[in-house]
Design a protein around this ligand. Sequence first.
Ligand code: BG6
Length: 501
Amino acid sequence: MKYKTNPVFPKNFFWGASSAAWQVEGATLEGGRTQAIIDLNSQTKKPFTDNSIAADHYHHYKEDVALMKECGFTSYRFSFSWSRIIPQKGVINPEGIAFYNNLIDELVGAGITPIVTLYHYDMPCWVDELYGGWHNRAIIDEFDFYCRTCFENFGDRVKYWLSINEQNMQIVYGDWLGVSKGCTDWFKEKWDINHIMNLCHAKAVIACHEMVEGGKIGPVPGYVPIYPKSCKPEDQIAAMNAEELTQKIWDDLYYFGEYNGFVKSYWREHDITPDIREGDMELIKQAKIDFFAINCYRSDVGMAPDNTYLQEIGLNKYGRKGEFVYTNIPGEYALDRNKYVETTDWDWHIDGTCMRYTMRYMWDHYHLPMVITEAGFGAHEDLDENGEIHDDYRIDYLRDYIYNLGLAISDGVEVMGFNPWSFTDLLSTGNGMAKRYGLVFVNTTDDELRDLKRYKKDSFYWYQKLIKSNGQEWGKDMSDWKDFNRTSEIASDLKAKGVKD
Ligand code: BG6
């Protein structure tokens, strides 16, 4: 497949990057913030550092925004920390409001549009102590109060809002992201928690439309397209099952305001009866989203499962290639390694085409505009002897993903912007600073607290040029882009090495 012309990105396309409060801010007990469950959780993930300092963005935000401006950003996607804004039940923290006001003003002053996530995994401890977090419907009013406080204080300058980050992943990876805490039967209880999250999402959407003039709001699904392993009909259905159980159930709910037939039948088969009360579905239906924010890092491969055993997903926790354990769910699907693409040290498939696939898939199903809020390359990195980071692998990754995003736009999909993960290095969900994603290196490690100085990586300079040319200067001749065909090269390479289908 060759393309004679490069894709054209719309004028006013949002070029930026992404972060989340608990992963970047640090200062967990400063400025009136109280602890979040994820702070405690991150303390247990040794040998990786916790989030008490992270990238220390709380103290470096002016410098960070200046760097964004230097890179040419027109958007920045970040999250608010609930416990920085509401540190105790019913209490609004003026210092927390001031911090985010300053950050927003700094961004707006630099010509950067803020795109704000209301919830990115950081449940305040007080909500957990009072109600057991997501387990209790009392959280719905607390979340509503928090969201309304945000809209009231920041809605004059923030017009793009995101409700809950990767609700689907929080349910699929309950242990990893801490949502299953306190559950005795996660398999069933997750659907109650999920329903409560849906109600919180719905309340946020309704309140945003009510309170923010010209405000737009959408959910943030984590999207991992599932390709069938072969054209065996069973593999196709298994891939579709995987797609339903890891993402489509959620997307359908957000868009149609209803649980789809697949999940209802799944519940029936597994004797699951989520606590759905009178009025709930009306509320959910009333919450009309304006767009989808999409996180898309990788793809997966689905195939018919072996019905004799259950294998839960085993995430690669230390960045040693080959440690990822693929899921096998009897009666539903199994996942597998895709030998046509390469992987990161954490066994994540590197596959720019999955960006185009995701955009096409979501557009075909929902016809809503989209903004990319995450995509990125996690790597072990440190400064070389010249104090530099030559992250060619990240440039290749970003080029591939952005190019494919451009192709999706050429295919007719409406895309508002691209915000890769992440701007500066920050904490990964489970690997501290050992898994870095930034365009800007932050000088600290898991075992040594250094000066936290910022260093621009090669990817920063590459992205700066791409932004300046509104997605035309790729640093490579894209009209004869051999890399675009690399999947077939890898396949023939594997064949030459004797690897069988
Ligand atoms: C996304 C999350 O799913 O993936 C981020 O929204 C996360 O919070 C990112 O950091 C990368 O995952 P990880 O595990 O490598 O940090």
